[in-house]
Design a protein around this ligand. Sequence first.
Ligand code: ATP
Ligand code: NMN
Length: 262
Amino acid sequence: MPNHKVTEVVLLACGSFNPITNMHLRMFELARDHLHDTGQYNVVKGIISPVGDAYKKKGLIEASHRLEMARLATANSDWITVDDWESLQPEWLETAKVVRDASMRIILRAPGIKREKVTSVRVKSKMINGPQLMLLCGADVLESFAVPNLWKQEDIAEIVGFYGLVCITRSGSDPYKFIQQSDDLWTHHKNIHVVHEWITNEISATHVRRALRRGHSVRYLVPENVIDYIREQRLYSAESERKNSDIVLAPLQRYTRASSSS
Ligand SMILES: Nc1ncnc2c1ncn2[C@@H]1O[C@H](COP(=O)(O)OP(=O)(O)OP(=O)(O)O)[C@@H](O)[C@H]1O
Ligand SMILES: NC(=O)c1ccc[n+]([C@@H]2O[C@H](COP(=O)(O)O)[C@@H](O)[C@H]2O)c1
C-alpha cells in the first residue's frame, strides 16, 4: 500500500483558442497521464479559459464564438470543462489573476469550506483541503516568460512557485534547457512538470485559420462539431484575420503578433 499523500489537481489552460484544436484537447490528456504516472497526483478536472476580446491579438474573433467552439469540443469529455469568467471581463487580465480567481472558486466549492475563511487564497489554501490548481500550457508560453515586459516577475513567481505549471513540449522548444538556464524558474523547478510529447503534433490555431481562409480541409485537426459551427457561422475569413492589425502595439501584442505570424 502506498503511504504517500495523493494530491487532487485541477488543470487550467489559458489561451486564445481561436479556434480550439485537437491538440488543445490532447494537452489535457497528456498532462493527466503524466501526473497520474508520478503516483502523486489525481487530476479531477480540466478547465479551458479562453481570453477575452480585449486581448488585441491579430485575427482574434469574438469570445462568444471561441467559447461556443470550446464548449462543443468538450461536450463529450467527462472531465474537461470551459470557464467563461476570463472571456467576459471587459479588460485583458494577466494570467496570474485568472489563475487566482479560478483557484478561489475551486476552493470555495470544496466541501466544508466557509467563505469567510477564504479571504486570501494564497495565504489560506495551504490550510484548506481543496484540490490544487496548476496552469497547463505549451512550451511556447513557458519560453515567453523571457520576453521583456511581457510577464511580471512576481506573476511568474506566483504561478510557478505557489500553484504549479504543467508544460507540454512543442517542436523547436527545449523547456528543460529553458528552466535550467533561468534562476527564477530553477528555484521552483519541482513545481514545473514538463510533459514530453513523443507523437509530435504541430497543430496550431494559426495553421487551422490559414487552411480555412484558403478553403482547405481542417478535418481531423479540429473536432467535427466545431467544423460544422465554423461553417454555419461563416467564421475565419481574410477579413476576420485583419482584426486588430491596426492596433498600435504594446509589448504584449508585439510578442503575440510575432508568435501568430510564424
Ligand atoms: N501543438 C501544440 N503543442 C503543445 N501546446 C500547444 C499546441 N498548440 C497549442 N498549444 C498550447 O495551447 C495553449 C493555448 O493555445 P493558443 O490558442 O493561445 O495558441 P495556439 O494554438 O498556438 O494559437 P495561435 O496559433 O493562434 O497562436 C497554449 O498554452 C499553447 O502553448
Ligand atoms: N503577463 C501575462 O500574464 C501574459 C502575457 C502573455 C500572454 N499571456 C496569456 O497567455 C495565453 C496565450 O497567449 P497567446 O495566444 O498570445 O500565445 C493567453 O491566455 C494570454 O492571456 C499572459
